[in-house]
Design a binder for this molecule. Structure first.
Ligand SMILES: [Zn+2]
Ligand SMILES: [Zn+2]
Length: 355
């Protein structure tokens, strides 16, 4: 089954989850011929980064072949970032005192907790950068084969990406070059999923191993609260709702007011269809929906192991659309008051859990 990337239109970006889960644990591993960890410091200035490496005297000595394994074709993450830093210095965006950590936040395209330094192949890295322009971003994509997408951060690190509520305007980063679609492997007591997201318009969550939010779901499961109908009211890329499907919920309703989140949720039902045992049907033309929803619109349904509905709507107004549910999960951004949301759902849901 081929899934077309909703961002770049290629057929290589979205790998079905069952295939990801089979291959992820070797995807970033060194082969027998890979060189040992080069041991370069993330805080070492570029002009001292390659002290002791005779072949590299300056930025002109680093290209796409530098220190790449001849056998598996992969390169150590730090070398990829050093290559990018060399380009930033060459283009005058950084000076020779800059370090690897100045480049930005590197995110591998299939994220999970890797117990060793990753070795990267083609199109496996998305960079979130502060000091960058479009022209240089395009150079990085064409010169550094591992880099799949370059995103420019806007605002502070703490400012969450997306919408806080339907009254606020979306905060997103800029995708300057390439494609920003990447997946994270989600671990749970019920099994694993691969949750894809268009990273420039999705809030970045770094999880070490199992996420706290999934652990909340697991404890609800052990209290037998995940059996009936579950509403994931601000579903983002769909993680909690789809983990609830895995956990054996009878019915799951996923909703988000932000259109990119709804699109990612639909993509994730597709990409995880065989793991979840679901068949998806999309009912509306997604390109005609507004970026921030008002009245809830039923966008897609899926059937099989569970009855799944996907809505694009204000979560307060969704409460009037849903007949009755056993559990309503409200996963709002930190700092957003949720009392009004819980109040709206108190007659519809037997239990409201804010995560
Ligand atoms: Zn893509
Ligand atoms: Zn190798």
């Amino acid at each position: 089954m081929t899934i077309i990337c909703p961002r770049c239109g290629s057929s290589g970006c979205v790998i079905p989850a069952d295939m990801v889960l089979e291959s992820a644990y070797t995807m970033y591993a060194a082969c027998q011929s890979c060189m040992a960890d080069p041991g370069i410091g993330k805080q070492t200035p570029f002009d001292r980064l390659f002290d002791g490496v005779d072949a590299i005297g300056g930025i002109d000595d680093i290209d796409d072949a530098t220190m790449r394994c001849q056998s598996c074709g992969k390169r150590h993450l730090d070398l990829v970032v050093a290559h990018v830093l060399g380009i930033l210095i060459r283009e005058g965006l950084c000076d020779m005192q800059a370090t690897l950590s100045d480049v930005g936040t590197p995110m591998i395209t299939i994220g999970y907790q890797i117990p060793f330094p990753p070795r990267l192949g083609r199109d496996t890295l998305i960079l979130i950068m502060n000091t960058i322009d479009k022209k240089t971003a395009e150079m990085i994509i064409s010169e550094v084969s591992e880099v799949k997408g370059v995103i420019q951060r806007k605002g502070s690190l703490e400012h969450p990406i997306g919408i806080l509520d339907t009254g606020s305007s979306p905060h997103t980063y800029d995708l300057l070059a390439g494609c920003d679609l990447r997946g994270d492997i989600v671990l749970s007591a019920f099994g694993e999923l691969c949750i894809y997201k268009t990273q420039s318009d999705t809030h970045i969550e770094f999880s070490r191993g199992k996420s706290d939010k999934v652990q909340v779901l697991e404890s609800l499961y052990y209290q037998r609260r995940l059996l009936g109908s579950v509403v994931d009211a601000c579903c983002g890329a769909g993680t909690l709702g789809l983990v609830s499907v895995l956990a054996g919920a009878r019915e799951v309703i996923l909703n988000d007011a932000f259109l990119p989140a709804v699109k990612n949720t639909i993509l994730n039902i597709r990409a995880n269809a065989s793991v979840l045992g679901l068949e998806l049907e999309v009912h509306v033309d997604l390109s005609e929906l507004p970026v921030v929803a008002g009245a809830p619109v039923l966008v897609a349904t899926a059937h099989g192991s569970c009855d799944v509905s996907v809505y694009h709507g204000d979560l307060v107004r969704l409460a009037a659309v849903v007949d009755r549910c056993d559990l309503c999960l409200i996963d709002a951004f930190i700092g957003v008051p949720t009392a009004g949301f819980a109040e709206a759902w108190k007659d519809t849901a037997r239990m409201v859990v804010t995560i």
